[in-house]
Ligand binder design. Sequence first.
Ligand SMILES: Cc1ncc(COP(=O)(O)O)c(C=O)c1O
Length: 464
Amino acid sequence: MPGIDSRANGEIPQDLPARYGGRFFTEGVPTHRFPESGMPAIDAYQLLEEEMALDGDPARNLATFVTTWMELPARQVVMENLHRNYIDHAEYPRTAEIEQRCIRMLADLYHAPGETTGCRTQGSSEAVMLGALAAKWRWKKQREAAGKDTSKPNLVFGNDVHVVWQKFCRYFDVEPREIPLQEDKYVIDAGDVEPRIDENTIGVVAVLGTTFTGHAGDIAGIDKLLGDLRAKGQDVPLHIDAASGGFVWPFLHPDDAWDFRLDSVRSINVSGHKFGMVYPGIGWLIFRSKDDLPEELVFYENYLGETDATFTLNFSTGAAVMLAQYYMFCRLGFAGYQAVMEGMQRNSQYLAEQLVSSGRFQLITAKSPQLPLVAFQLTGDPPYDEFDVSGQLAAERGWMVPAYTMPPNAQDVTIMRALVKENVGHAGARTLVDDIEHACQILDKRGESLPDHARRRVQRGPGY
Ligand SMILES: Cc1ncc(COP(=O)(O)O)c(C=O)c1O
C-alpha cells in the first residue's frame, strides 16, 4: 500500500490525512490569505473544534458576568431562530411584537409610572450609548430653546463605572466628570456628585452592581440631591447602569428603590445576557416615559414597503437571543427568577464563608447589597499576591478567577473576584475552594524559593 513503506523511514504517508483524521492533522490552517478553494464540511468543522478546544472553558469562567449555561429548550429557541433578522419588522412582525412585550415587562419590573418606551440592544454597551445620547439630546434641546451655548456638555459618573461610559464620552464628545474612588470606598454618593454638576451637565450615572465589587452606589441619596436641584429649577436626569443589578435587585431586594420609583431616574440599561440568563447578544434600554426619548433620535425608515421606527446603532442583527429572553421571562416569571437569584446568592455566600474560614482571605464589603459574586483579597503577608493565586488556579485547574487592581484612586488595592451563577452549583463552589487552597499551598512552597517576589505578573482586567 502506498505510504506504508515511507512510514518505516519516519516520513508521514502522503494520503494518511485522507484515511485518518482531518486534513489539518498535518497541514497548517488558513490564517492570512482568503482560501483559494473550499474544503469538506467535516474539515472546516474539525478546524473550528480544535481551535475552540484551545480557548478557555466557559463553564469555568468565573470572570464573566455573561451567561454560559442555558437549559435545553432555551437553546432550542436560539438554534431554531438563528436565521431570523431582528430588524426585518415587516417580515417578522411577531418578533417585533415580542421585543415590545419584553420592554413592557421590564418597564413593569422597574416600576415605570405610565406608558413608556425602550429598545432591545446588543448588550448594555449599546443601551448605554443610546441612553446617554438621549440625555445629551434632551439637554441640547433645552439649552437651544433657552438660547444658551451647547458646546460643552458633561456627564458625571464615578470611577466605579464600566469602561463603556468613558467610551461614550469620547465617541460623542462629552466631557467625563469622573469621581475618583478611595481605598475602602468603591461606589459613589450624593456628596461626590454635587460639586461636579453645573448647567452643562447632561446627566448623572449611578451603577447598580459594579463590575469591580458588585455593590451599588447611594442611588436614593443621589436621587434626593437631584430632586432638590429640580426644585430650584435645574433638571439633571439620573441614568441607572443596571447591566448586572437590573436582574438581581428586583428579585433579591424588591423593597430597595433604585428604579423609576425614584423621580430623577429617567433611563435604565440592563444586560439580558448577564443575570437575565440569556446567551450573549442581548441588552435593554428602558425610558421612564415616552417623552424621555427625543423624537429626533427615532428614524422612520421606509424599508421593503413598511415604515419602521428604529432607535438603534445597528441595522441587521440576530433575533434569536431576544426571543430567548422572552422564553426566560415566560419560563421563570418573577418567582422563578427570584428562586434562581436566591440560589446564586446562597452559593456565593457559601463560597465567601469558606474562603474566609480558610484564614487566607478577607472579603471586600460595603453597606449596599451585592451581586452574586465574591470579591476577596489575601490577608496577612504571604510571599505571593492575588495575581499569583489567579495564575496558579488557571494553570492547575482551568478556573478563570481574575485578579485586578481597582480604578483610581484605589489603584493600590488588588482583589480577586468570582461570579457565582448557574454554572457554579454548591459542589462547584466546594471544588473551587479546594482548588484555591491547593493553589495557595503550591505558592506557599514556591514562595520560599522565590523570596524576592520575582515571578512574572500577569495583569488581567476584571472580566465582563
Ligand atoms: C456595570 C456595567 N455596565 C456596562 C457593562 C457593559 O455591558 P455589556 O457587556 O452587556 O455590553 C458591564 C459589563 O460587565 C457592566 O458590568
